[in-house]
Structure formats: structure tokens, C-alpha cells
Write a protein that binds this ligand. Sequence first.
Ligand SMILES: C[S@@+](CC[C@H](N)C(=O)[O-])C[C@H]1O[C@@H](n2cnc3c(N)ncnc32)[C@H](O)[C@@H]1O
Ligand code: SF4
Length: 379
Amino acid sequence: MTDPRPGLYVHLPYCASRCGYCAFVVTTDASSRERYLDALDREAALLGPEAGAAGGGFDSLYLGGGTPSYVPPAETARLLGALRRRFSVASDSEVTLEANPEDVTPDAVSAWREAGIDRVSVGIQSLADRELSAVGRRHDAAGARTALGRLTGAGLSVSGDLILGLPEQTPESFRASLAGLVASGVEHVSVYLLESEKSKSIEEDRRLRPERYLPDDAQAELWLEMGETLAARGFAHYEISNWARPGREARHNLKYWTRTPTLGLGVSAHELWGGRRRANVSSLERYLSELSEGRRPTAFDVPVSAAERAREEIFLGLRLSEGIETGRIEAFVSAGGDVRLWQDYEAWVAEGVLERRGSRVAFTERGFLVSNEVLSRFV
Ligand SMILES: C[S@@+](CC[C@H](N)C(=O)[O-])C[C@H]1O[C@@H](n2cnc3c(N)ncnc32)[C@H](O)[C@@H]1O
Ligand code: SF4
């Protein structure tokens, strides 16, 4: 079997406004955008055409953010053209753009398609107006439905993100958002539990007005129910937060969980490349200034040791529904991992958090709900 081909991630940090819950590296000041796109090209040039070529060329490009759809489509097309000239990119690549519903105009959709984008991941978050305005989203439910219709109607492969645990969310409103998303014809669904600790304003609001938030046990029940709903509609659960129709799993994102090499360009981009984990700085100013002086703006660049690799294979692999070879956990413990982990492992299996399937071990659906506790033990 040939090795999977590498992927290329490009971070586009520009957003029209900042949403209440978001902790990604973003800016609402678009004045540097032109300089930024030049800097991306310089960064690509520093890596040279050999990057990716040895692995057979990239077969996935992912424009993430931030809000990539907020970059004018003609500039996105130029960026993709430049990346294709700089690197070897397979003609059958998956090319994903992250989009916010309000940017999905008919003109933008045709320009994206023309630029070779074949997959769009849309931040729906909810189809309830109360919830959308509670976190400062710029779109309403009707706008989200229109965007989804335009994208699926244009024959693109569409993924929709929802958040479980938004302020003002109720079990009924969450069920309705999920049903609406599935009915729109998406082929992929990502559902994230609101990470309230990532935002001071949400954390504070949750403390002062807890009645606006679903309690944890209600969220857990909804999460399990959602899995059943999606399964009944033909979506397979393939990673903690991701469901897809057969063959529509995110090729690029799967590379992160299977430790397939990915190169990362742009502010705050991370990569696993040449056996090293490396990240760019998360300050936009520094990113721009380092590149203007001809240097890659590295925040860290470390080789992955054999022990670290074994650990990564466990905590990344266990995020997938297919889990990992049982032998990996045995090897981790015998290579010096905490021996108490062994008893815990047996207990997790006995309690139905983990399940052995032939030579593999994987989280059960209920086990995914406590996966953080389990994964945090593999340190
Ligand atoms: C890179 S982000 C942004 C994509 C796009 N700009 C948008 O707003 O839809 C990708 C996804 O992460 C999720 N996300 C961001 N912050 C989160 C948080 N604090 N808790 C849970 N999910 C979050 C959202 O569902 C979002 O669509
Ligand atoms: S959720 Fe999306 S649009 Fe909102 S601030 Fe974060 S990246 Fe920007």
C-alpha cells in the first residue's frame, strides 16, 4: 500500500467581527490582508517546490481561519493558483474552504468552484436566531439555510458545524438545528461541545446566568441522541466531533488524527513535517515582519521522539471511532508509562468507556463523552 499523501493547511485570520465564544487566532482589521497574502506566498517560496513532492504531492488543501470566505474570492483564486505553482498538488485533491453563511453569495460560490474548491465547511453553529444573536453571529437561521442551499445546489461537498451548549439553547432547539442541517443536503456534520473556558465573556455569563445554559447531563443525553439521529440518516460517526456519509469523511482532517504529514502556512499554523512538530507565531505583526525579512516565523520546531510518537498515536488515534491497535497501549505502558494506567485501562473497558473490537480498542459512544479524562492520562 502506498503511504497517504501529505496535506497543506493555510490559515486566513480575517473575520468581519469576533464571535463571543471564539479563541482562534483572528483579526477584524482587514488592512493587512494584501500584505498577508504576499507573506503567504513568500512563506511558500521559502519552503520550495520540493515540499510535499517527495510524498507524492499534496492531495488535500485546507483554507481555514478565521473566515476564509471573507477574503474576496478573486484573491482566494490567486492564492490557490500560487500554491499550485509553488507546490506539487494532485489534480484529484480535496480543496476545502471554511465559510461563514453571510459570505456565501451566488457569485462567490461560482468563483470558489472555478478556483478548484470542491468542499466547503460552513459555520452554521445553530439554526435558532436567539442562539445566533446571543453569541454575536452575523447570520440568522434563514441566511444559514440559504447558504447551505446555494452550496449543495452548486454540487459542492458541504459540511456544517454546529455547537452544542450555546447560550439560550434548549433540547428542542438543538434537535431542530440538527434536523435542519441534515435536511439541507450536507454530506458531513461537525458538532462541537461549547468550550466556554476559551472565552472570558461566555465563562462569565455562564457563571452569572446559568439558567441560559443546558446542564452537562442534558448536553450528554442530547449528544447521544444526536448520534442515533445521524446514524439513522446515513451518517457514520468517524471521529469524536465528526459524522459523514460514506466516503465523505474530511480527507484533510483525517491526516491530523492518523499522523499523516501536513504542512501549515500562515499565522499560528501548525504542522507535522519531516518527523517534526512545528508552529508559526500567533502574532500577526510578527508573522508579517519575519517574512518581510525572509525568515519563516517559527514559534517552535521540535523533533518527535519515539516515545512522543507512541503517545500521539494513542491520543490522536483514539479520537477516531475505529480506535487503535490494543498493542499500542500495551507498548506505551511497558515503555515507561504510568503503570496505574494499566488498571485504569482495564476499568475503562469494564465500565464500557472503551471497547475491545478484535485486535483494536476504541471509545464507545458513551465513552466519547468522557474521552477528555481518558486522553489526558496519556501524557
Ligand atoms: C475555525 S472555526 C471558524 C470557522 C468560521 N469562521 C465560522 O465562524 O463558522 C471552526 C469551528 O470551530 C467551532 N468553534 C469555535 N470556537 C469554539 C468554542 N469555543 N467551542 C466550541 N466550538 C468552537 C465552530 O463550530 C466553528 O465553526
Ligand atoms: S467563530 Fe469564525 S467568524 Fe467567529 S470569530 Fe471565530 S473564526 Fe471568526
